[in-house]
Design a protein around this ligand. Structure first.
Ligand code: PBG
Length: 327
């Protein structure tokens, strides 16, 4: 019988030892909370497929933003749900549209205490639910959409947003938005590019959250889940066009992409743990099939380990509190 001379288990013997040698730590300051605000609501409303996540009223959004700041999250990402939609998504460009109003509200409430981000996409505002404007042939018209994105960026910048998050996957969107911001004197507004965004079935619950009108799919603009090299091309283009940070989305099913993107660029890399990732864990936990907090922290740690420095997650506030207790 020969005994091992080298014993990796020594480094796992106590919680203190494990903490000492941990290679990856999730810090609350790296978590970003996505939040929904719905026009006309007087009280927050639950979203059945996203238990624990709310459609906020303007009022409840302000309060929840303060709570998120107190929990120490690094940022919040705002999504607006309008009462009226039209083919051009004009509610997204309107300074009095719900998203722009909400940005103003949140900035007035929390100022620079956290990083306030706005989703820059038309899908919540269009009657057809697509991320861009449709041409006469019914296809999404890339270049017409860019003009609308530029205007939407200015509306968010005027509302005081710190970061715009273009998520529509139109070619050239980052460059057009950057130039529009700069030309209007908004050099300070940061662009977080949803650079590698896949046409994913994991967005299902989000579509309920924003009451999406979409029929069909987004496969002519979002990426094919089969492709990794294509992501590197998208990311390189976005960085060249002036993206300050890039994002991979979804997160857990695309850790290989997160890792490859991390290796390819020197700007901060974010990953979005999307609604379906969250909902699956919540559903299994509600059935008593998995340990909810354990899986929550394990998924966040995995996304961090793969190379994402920033994680968008619906658990941001709760995870921030748990992490403070544990470390
Ligand atoms: C588009 C957008 C989507 C999500 C974030 N931004 C939906 C889509 O692309 O269809 C999904 C986020 C999630 O599922 O949590 N504005």
């Amino acid at each position: 019988m020969s005994y091992p001379e080298i014993r990796p288990r020594r480094l796992r013997r106590t919680a203190a030892m494990r903490r000492l040698v941990a290679e990856t730590r999730v810090d609350p300051a790296e978590l970003v909370l996505p939040m929904f605000v719905k026009e006309g609501l007087t009280a927050p409303r639950e979203i059945s497929s996203l238990p624990g996540v709310l459609q906020h009223s303007r009022d409840s959004l302000r309060k929840a933003a303060v709570e998120a700041v107190q929990a120490g999250v690094g940022g919040i990402m705002l999504f607006g749900v309008p009462e009226q939609r039209d083919p051009s998504g004009s509610g997204g460009l309107d300074p009095n549209g719900i998203l722009n109003v909400a940005i103003r509200d949140v900035i007035a409430e929390v100022g620079d205490a956290t990083v306030v981000m706005g989703d820059l996409c038309l899908d919540e505002f269009t009657s057809h639910g697509h991320c861009g404007l449709l041409g006469p042939d019914g296809e999404v018209d890339n270049d017409a959409t860019l003009t609308a994105y530029a205007e939407m960026a200015l509306a968010q910048a005027d509302a005081g947003v710190h970061v715009v998050g273009p998520s529509g996957m139109m070619d050239g969107q980052v460059g057009v938005i950057r130039r529009a911001l700069d030309a209007a004197g908004h050099q300070e507004v940061t662009v977080l590019a949803y650079a590698a965004k896949y046409a994913s079935a994991f967005y299902g619950p989000f579509r309920e959250a924003v009451e999406s009108a979409l029929e069909g799919d987004r496969r002519t603009y979002q990426q094919d889940p089969a492709n990794l090299r294509e992501s590197l091309r998208e990311v390189a283009l976005d960085v060249a066009e002036g993206a300050d940070m890039v994002m991979v989305k979804p997160a857990l099913p695309y850790l290989d992409v997160v890792s490859a993107v991390r290796a390819a660029v020197d700007v901060p890399v974010a990953a979005y743990q999307v609604s379906g990732e969250y909902a699956m864990v919540e559903a299994a936990a509600a059935n008593g099939w998995i340990n909810r907090e354990g899986v929550m922290l394990e998924t966040l740690t995995s996304i961090r380990r793969a190379g994402a420095q920033i994680i968008l997650t619906y658990w941001a506030v709760e995870a921030a509190r748990l992490l403070r207790e544990r470390y």
